[in-house]
Design a protein around this ligand. Structure first.
Ligand code: AQP
Length: 355
């Protein structure tokens, strides 16, 4: 569908402890995609300022997410790992996209509505413009694929809208400079500078929910630590949190249909499936008819078995701060070269005077 060189980009904010949702929804996919694609993985520190401007320990949080990437199996030599603020072209392109995107588009974003709450007038401009920076993160590398959790689907659609509007608004200049790439948009073949990036979402763990409330996604910012399994939790905490996870009194059904209207049960089945790398159907085949008193201990054992090695590696890698910093510095340099190549052309397309 596209003639752009396939390239994967994704990012994680250094806003707190990584949890099972981040791991199953995003990081596990990052690791798997390394075998088939060139990948760029970024700790998006500039994004984290939208939630909280003054951080006590932003540098250490950035290192901790990097350690989680590496501990999970991301190879920083074959691919690129860096933190966003090292490559200022992200912010430069975000500014241009702020001028391409419309305020109405941003106002419609459910994440903005959720995070701004009732006092929208008092939310930071950065929080409103978050998706524009996210589009810049992706498109400054002209990335074609973005593995994310289900909660980021709307932002990815907006990234496509921004790319499409830029391609349309500047179509003559893109053609004049000969920097377009042919791609199919619906029935049409158009020439654009930015790809219409595809999200990679799906599988049984695309949206992991809170262990305390099956209607809320598992989140770093949930005040209850019992709502999430942190990647740094020890075996006892993992088992305790799964034991205390909210459920209903029914046994597990044998078929997927039987999970309808049972969000907490569905969530635990999804977590099991994500960790075991099998489908929810396969989990129900094994545990259908069983009570949670049987399923929860099996889930806890599986979670400990899969997460303990990652937590151990994270601790080991975090202890070597010089290594983590070297990875980010090397990745930043390599990412910076790619981003600058894109921005040179973007400045030409727009008509900015440069040396
Ligand atoms: N509950 C989740 N289930 C599946 N995937 C998830 N992701 C986040 N929560 C879940 C995915 O993890 C990646 C990194 O997320 P992020 O840290 O950049 O942003 P976020 O979505 O804002 O994460 P949190 O934990 O919910 O943080 P707060 O509480 O600060 O808002 C993304 O691919 C995301 O989809």
């Amino acid at each position: 569908m596209t003639a752009f060189k396939p390239l994967v980009f994704s990012g994680v904010q250094p806003t707190g402890n990584l949890h099972l949702g981040n791991y199953l929804g995003a990081i596990k996919k990052f690791v798997a995609l390394q075998d088939t694609s060139d990948c760029i993985y970024c700790v998006v520190d500039l994004h984290s300022l939208t939630a909280q401007l003054v951080h006590e320990d932003l540098k250490d949080q950035t290192r901790a997410i990097t350690a989680a990437f590496l501990a999970s199996g991301i190879d920083p030599k074959k691919h690129i790992v860096f933190n966003q603020s090292r490559v200022m072209q992200h912010a430069e392109l975000a500014w241009i996209f702020n001028c391409v995107a419309r305020i109405g588009w941003m106002n419609r974003m459910t994440q903005f509505k959720d995070k701004a709450g009732k006092d929208r007038e008092n939310a930071s401009l950065g929080l409103l413009a978050y998706p524009s920076l996210m589009a810049a993160d992706i498109l400054v590398y002209r990335a074609t694929h973005v593995p994310v959790g289900d909660d980021q689907k709307q932002h990815l659609e907006l990234t496509r809208d921004i790319a499409q509007k830029f391609n349309n608004d500047f179509s003559d200049r893109i053609a004049g400079l000969g920097v377009g790439v042919e791609m199919n948009v619906g029935e049409e073949t158009v020439n654009g500078f930015f790809p219409l990036t595809e999200p990679i979402i799906g599988g049984p763990a695309a949206r992991i929910m809170s262990l305390r409330d099956g209607s809320k996604k598992m989140s770093k910012s949930d005040p209850s630590d019992l709502s999430r399994i942190n990647l740094t939790d020890d075996a006892d905490s993992i088992s305790k949190k799964i034991r205390k996870a909210k459920t209903d009194p029914e046994a597990l059904p044998g078929e997927l249909d039987g999970l309808a209207g049972r969000p907490e049960a569905e969530n635990l089945v999804g977590i099991y499936a994500g960790l075991a790398e099998i489908s929810k159907e396969a989990v129900l085949k094994e545990f259908g008819g069983q009570q949670f008193s049987v399923f929860k201990p099996a889930l806890a054992d599986l979670a400990v078995e899969k997460l303990a090695p990652v937590a151990g590696e994270m601790r080991r890698i975090s202890g070597d701060r010089a290594y983590v910093d070297a990875v980010l510095s090397d990745g930043g340099e390599r990412a910076g070269l790619l981003a600058e190549a894109t921005m040179k052309t973007v400045r030409d397309i727009i008509g900015l005077l440069q040396g």
